[in-house]
Design a protein around this ligand. Structure first.
Ligand SMILES: CC(C)(COP(=O)(O)OP(=O)(O)OC[C@H]1O[C@@H](n2cnc3c(N)ncnc32)[C@H](O)[C@@H]1OP(=O)(O)O)[C@@H](O)C(=O)NCCC(=O)NCCS
Length: 178
């Protein structure tokens, strides 16, 4: 399954051959600093384990949830859902995303987020999509706004990462017909 994004970029499932590109792409201090669960250093083994996990997860559903940004065949980034089964929250889902340093600033991520959110609203039962962005991560704030999200909340000390409390901005997108 491939979701077209631009002429050259598609959202695609990960495969074992993507491990080296994922390793190089994610082993980046900017990704470590701006995400919650990415280890540093991010080794080739981490990439291989992640791909194995995503293949297993994706195989459980007709509609895969963990997708890679594939530019002319090469894996250059990723996007996925962080779901919750907390009572009262199952109508909403969080998304997370990254792109390799060499492809930043070209508008690929906003385009990929838009395509991914259309896909979520078309194939899953979510009516609200959220992105939690650290206050200092202006690159991500610009990208998510370009994807059509709006800033909805500012939450002080919302996340604790490496013994530091992070203020966060919450960006949201609602299913159009809701
Ligand atoms: C956030 C991120 C996904 C944005 O992706 P992108 O494809 O570069 O998005 P855009 O092309 O829309 O660029 C967004 C902004 O990034 C900034 N930017 C441009 N080139 C950049 C570079 N080489 N490195 C960092 N930021 C850059 C610019 O401010 C740009 O805004 P502008 O186009 O209005 O000038 C990417 O920077 C990234 O992977 N960051 C690390 C992981 C991360 O923060 N994930 C999101 C967690 S909430």
């Amino acid at each position: 399954m491939k979701i077209p994004v631009t002429e050259d970029l598609v959202l695609d499932t990960f495969n074992e051959g993507d491990a080296a590109d994922i390793h190089i792409g994610i082993d980046d201090p900017m990704i470590f600093e701006n995400t919650l669960n990415v280890p540093s250093p991010y080794t080739l083994q981490h990439a291989e384990d992640w791909i194995k996990f995503s293949i297993e997860q994706n195989s459980k559903s007709v509609y895969p949830e963990h997708l890679c940004f594939r530019l002319k065949g090469k894996a250059i980034g990723g996007i996925g859902m962080i779901k919750t089964d907390k009572v009262g929250y199952t109508h909403q889902v969080e998304i997370g995303y990254w792109i390799v340093e060499t492809e930043r600033g070209k508008g690929y991520t906003p385009a990929a987020i838009k395509a991914y959110c259309d896909y979520i609203f078309s194939h899953f039962n979510y009516v609200k999509i959220c992105a939690t962005v650290y206050d200092e991560n202006t690159s991500s704030q610009k990208a998510i706004i370009k994807a059509g999200f709006a800033e909805e909340a500012f939450l002080k000390m919302h996340i604790k990462k490496n013994n530091t409390y992070k203020d966060c901005k919450i960006y949201t997108l609602y299913k159009p017909e809701i």
